[in-house]
Design a binder for this molecule. Structure first.
Ligand SMILES: Cc1cc2nc3c(=O)[nH]c(=O)nc-3n(C[C@H](O)[C@H](O)[C@H](O)COP(=O)(O)OP(=O)(O)OC[C@H]3O[C@@H](n4cnc5c(N)ncnc54)[C@H](O)[C@@H]3O)c2cc1C
Length: 426
């Protein structure tokens, strides 16, 4: 979504168009983040009497086939449970982090933090449908099968062209929220990127849309696997010289079903995508090791190219457009932070809008509140993705030392685990 400054009265709706607003807040994107925002806002905004629109090109039911399983942190559960919670979420009680072929491992256990679970694994589609159910019962004006196009920003609001059933019209809104997600696409080729630590592509982008981008040179292979000797409620993060392999417990008979996220080079991913299930599982067994016995089955195989795409500024369009969720930052899944961070964005935005109304002041407050958490979470995920995805001997030793050090420095481990579970909310 690229905002354009200008006069919609001249360009879109005719010179004499009335300056009325169709909605106070219009949210583009009914993915989990846009839905959560709509739900929280509907509950919180009664005092402000805000009218809210939610727009998506798809139906929530379309997400039923999405192959992603998401680790929802304990902090996100606390935010979500009063609104909606997927009925089949599987608790994670312990996380086992290790490296294949090198020393060093660390364990994170719910008992150490006195929590019912460290997090929960749920299908993307189940999260979307639970949230959609909660939003359907509210005053949110939901436009289904509606595609939003680039908005035009004016001095007092935003005009948004939308197309539904082939018919275009223009909605006027005081505040526009971009929750349209981010494509899991590879950013510009390496030679087009700044190789410095900052690694951003500021020069190539207009000022209002500067981004931090990185191509990790990796693709995530996902699917649901069954294991011969499962350890129910234990999640595994195993670093290999190709990239991390995550196995997230999904229940099933004897707790034997696990969501797989296997990060490897795009070339390997393409080759593995052609393998039969049997050959794929045999390669996975070699890469992961035999800690839970043999991999016996796989279904719902899919691939997602991975990259970092993070907007520098959450608010643009003269203070009238806010970005949340993947539209604001698309992260490597190594630490399972994308949705969790997006939900914290949405919760803070609902809070600011409910407090200050549909005004630029609300968005300015929101951007200020989110700055620290975004910096910490994006920085930690990017560091992990780079440190643990490089195949370089001395780095493996360093990683082993880091994992071992975590075991012997409980305060550091606690701080890291708490950041991953709860983030920073103000
Ligand atoms: C392999 C993998 C594993 C992951 N694992 C985890 C994990 O364990 N934990 C975690 O927290 N995160 C994880 N993530 C990240 C997580 O999936 C995303 O952060 C999350 O889905 C973002 O939600 P969203 O609502 O911002 O965007 P999306 O889910 O992308 O939803 C965007 C919505 O906007 C709609 N839309 C887009 N453009 C328009 C338009 N122009 N007009 C109308 N509608 C539009 C789309 O139809 C869609 O419904 C993972 C990601 C991957 C790829």
């Amino acid at each position: 979504m690229n905002a354009v400054s200008g006069s919609a009265n001249d360009t879109l709706t005719g010179a004499n168009a009335p300056a009325h607003f169709d909605h106070d807040v219009t949210i583009v994107g009914a993915g989990p983040v846009g839905l959560a925002l709509a739900g929280w806002l509907a509950r919180r905004s009664a005092t402000q009497g805000l009218s809210i629109a939610l727009i998506d090109a798809r139906e929530p039911e379309d997400s039923a086939g999405d192959p992603r399983a998401i680790a929802v942190s304990q902090g996100s559960r606390t935010l979500l449970e009063a609104l909606a919670w997927p009925h089949d979420a599987t608790p994670i009680e312990r996380i086992h982090v290790s490296q294949r072929g090198h020393f060093g491992r660390t364990l994170i256990d719910r008992h150490d933090y006195d929590l019912p679970a460290l997090g929960y694994v749920a299908r993307y589609g189940a999260i979307v449908q639970a949230l959609a159910h909660a939003v359907r019962g509210t005053q949110v004006h939901w436009l289904h099968h509606t595609q939003a196009h680039d908005p035009v920003v004016e001095h007092d609001g935003v005009t948004l062209p939308v197309v539904s059933a082939g018919v275009e019209r223009h909605l006027r809104t005081r505040i526009l929220v971009n929750a349209e997600g981010g494509l899991y696409r590879t950013p510009p080729p390496r030679d087009a990127q700044d190789d410095s630590d900052e690694a951003d592509a500021k020069a190539a982008l207009p000022a209002a849309e500067t981004k931090r981008t990185r191509d990790y040179g990796q693709t995530a292979l996902v699917g649901v696997v069954t294991l011969a000797a499962p350890q129910p409620h234990v999640a595994w993060e195993r670093f290999t010289n190709e990239g991390p392999i995550a196995l997230l417990p999904m229940g099933g008979v004897r707790g034997a079903d696990y969501a797989l996220v296997w990060c490897c080079s795009p070339a390997q991913a393409e080759r593995r995508a052609q393998l039969s299930d049997t050959d794929f599982l045999a390669e996975l067994g070699v890469a992961f090791g035999a800690r839970m016995g043999r991999f016996t089955q796989i279904h719902a195989r899919a691939a997602f190219p991975l990259g970092l795409n993070a907007l520098d500024a959450l608010v643009s369009g003269h203070g009238r457009i806010a970005a949340v969720g993947n539209a604001a930052q698309t992260l490597h899944p190594v630490a399972g932070q994308g949705l969790n961070l997006g939900l914290r964005d949405a919760h803070a935005l609902a809070d600011s809008l409910a407090q200050h109304g549909a005004t630029p002041r609300a968005l300015a407050e929101f951007a200020g509140r989110r700055a620290f958490d975004r910096r910490m979470t994006i920085g930690a995920t990017d560091t992990l993705a780079r440190l643990f995805t490089v195949d370089f001997g001395p780095l493996a030793t360093l990683r082993g030392l880091a994992l071992t050090a975590l075991e012997f420095a409980p305060p550091v481990k606690t701080a890291l685990a708490r950041q991953m579970m709860f983030g920073q909310r103000t």
